[in-house]
Design a protein around this ligand. Structure first.
Ligand SMILES: [Zn+2]
Ligand SMILES: [Zn+2]
Length: 219
């Protein structure tokens, strides 16, 4: 099961400006990776600093308003909140790409023959990120790769998972019945209640109501 890490938790800087000009119902979610070298950190404790470094590069070297991606995911099964739902990305390389597609970036890289290990936890993190962009960000169901927008090797070896559907979390949903709690619903599906909360953008005190439709992330 994947864990959501808020910007406050990873020490993100405030974005310089907001841009809600995005229509992801016409596109979906595009997949990225960091790049040509192996970059996955051995210890998860080092991942937040990696995300801060990417944000600094995008803001200070590229002059962008924020980290380019909607979310970032690591091989240990964590989703780092990027620009988030409803915010236009700067990741996809074309106006149409940034208009219609969110961007989720894996903290992986390498050449095709020597690539960071694509862990099940990384796939789980993609499922949580994409479920969230769909349930509270209005993303359409398509998933593609950066290279589908412009000439680039990105997302490297992850493109196979784009093509074979492994990154697609599906669209399980649950309609809340009387007496249910996030905890009991999580037990029902074998999913951590915290993942259900993150997927549906719920925060404390996690109020749910009868008849509410919740997206259930992959376990
Ligand atoms: Zn990319
Ligand atoms: Zn990590």
């Amino acid at each position: 099961m994947a864990t959501f890490v808020t910007r406050a938790q990873w020490g993100g800087r405030a974005r310089r400006s907001s841009n809600t000009n995005i229509t992801p119902d016409r596109g979906g979610v595009s997949i990225h990776h960091v790049g040509g070298d192996r970059v996955a950190r051995a210890a998860h404790g080092d991942c937040a600093a990696q995300v801060r470094g990417i944000q600094n590069y995008h803001m200070d070297s590229n002059g962008w308003s924020d980290v380019a991606y909607s979310h970032l995911v690591c091989v240990h099964g964590y989703v780092f909140q990027g620009r988030g739902e409803g915010q236009r990305t700067a990741a996809n390389g074309t106006d149409a790409g940034n208009q219609n597609w969110y961007g989720v970036c894996a903290l992986t890289g390498g050449s095709s023959s020597s690539y960071d290990t694509i862990t099940d936890a990384l796939v789980d993190a993609f499922h949580l990120a994409i479920s969230r962009l769909r349930s509270s960000g209005n993303a359409a169901s398509a998933i593609n790769g950066h290279r589908d927008h412009r000439a680039t090797e990105c997302p490297g070896n992850l493109y196979t998972l784009v093509q074979n559907g492994r990154l697609n979390p599906g669209r399980r949903s649950h309609t809340v019945r009387s007496g249910e709690t996030l905890y009991s619903i999580g037990r029902l599906y074998g999913v951590a209640w915290e993942s259900i909360a993150a997927t549906n953008n719920l925060s404390a005190p996690y109020t749910i109501y009868v008849g509410q439709v919740l997206v259930i992330p992959a376990s």
